[in-house]
Design a protein around this ligand. Sequence first.
Ligand code: NAD
Length: 451
Amino acid sequence: MLSYSELVASQRAYFQTGATRSYEFRKQQLEKLYRLVADNEALILKAVHDDLNKSEMEGFFADVGYIKFEISHTLKHLRKWMRPKRVSSPLTHFGSSSRIYRDPFGVNLIIAPWNYPFLLTITPLIGAIAGGNTAIVKPSELAVHSSALICKLLAGAFPSDYIACIEGGVEETTALLKERYDHIFYTGSGSIGKIIMSAASQHLTPVTLELGGKNPTIVDESANIPLAARRIAWGKLLNAGQTCIAPDYIYVHRSIEQRFREQLRDEMIRLYTANPIENPDFTCIINERHLDRLNSLLEGPTVYHGGEADRQRRMLAPTILTDVSWEHAVMKEEIFGPIAPILPYDSLEEAFRVIQQQEKPLALYLFTENDHVKKRVIRELSFGTGSVNDTLYQFMNPNLPFGGVGGSGSGAYHGVHSYHCFTHQKSVLTQTTQFDLPLRYGKVKGALQII
Ligand code: NAD
């Protein structure tokens, strides 16, 4: 068994052979990764079920389906992405040509969270392979079954000097972070993001941070209320709310607040029945610590719907909170669970002001039929990604860059953006040797010299 520094050195040596750079190599590895996921679909669905009680449908939707789609999309476009891009040059550069080459970073460290254990480990890996890199992958220790399966599958398919997988928690990650990488891709909470950034700074290693935060959802008075309630309930309850881009709190115009609240309750029941805790299709909370944390967030506001918990099954029922204030615990941290606080607002200005006082969110959702409101929200509020009249769907369009801003992260991936995320833009000017411009050397005589 290699030490971490030997492992990193072996990947660096392999990268320096140039083996990972050709289009054919990248294509073969992506095809291998696709087969690995497709052939082991049943095992993957079982692992996410064992870790999170994810139903087959949710597991397929999030942890298998999107990965296969992202690999197919990458395979379809990679050759085109890899072509150097010619850019124009100013007149002062007459005779020269300028191109941008996409250069692999080299050795990457990918650190993943537990909530979508396969999706959030393998999707960045697709970008690393497409970019012509090597990678060390560290899944989350909290998703025990998924972490073991990810490492077993990757170790069976790829040599460790190309792609390696390390299982472990804080101790292992801390040790891994002592090594020098060419790029670190981290998905998880902002507090650990600071540790990652600080470790990376020791080697001036570039980092991509995919973090979380409180995602506002605004429902204005023109919104289609039944549809808004349905799509918000779905986005909130998928994976029991343990989704980085889940709607966190819901700002509803006071004139429709009561109707919206009733509809949201009805949609939550429609999705997971009136007895969700017994529902085999409802995802559980990752561990007891998080269940206790979520339970404590119910204190203060009025529990309008739900609130029941089952400690043995680590289940928390879909819950709606009203009479919520920003002083309540539920508004002071990212919820990351099936709890929906509803806050009424009287004017958009008031909602904007409060949203702007918080960290810039990873996602923002707006439900409206009013084009002016839509334009204002997009223009005036800063957020990583978002949807108008939907939730979560933006994640699944590989043409949209996925990433946060400010406190919710830096850098973005998916589709071509993953390819960009794992490559450096190397710019090269090629100068003519047919003639020279003496003017550039400070000579006034002889503007053009033919060589
Ligand atoms: P986390 O930050 O606790 O852990 C993520 C990873 O960091 C794990 O692999 C873990 O082993 C490692 N880690 C934990 N403590 C560490 C330490 N002290 N030093 C070094 N490494 C350490 O995050 P989590 O609880 O797994 O995930 C939840 C958070 O992640 C939420 O905030 C959520 O919004 C965010 N998230 C963001 C995205 C995104 O794409 N932006 C996706 C999923 C989750």
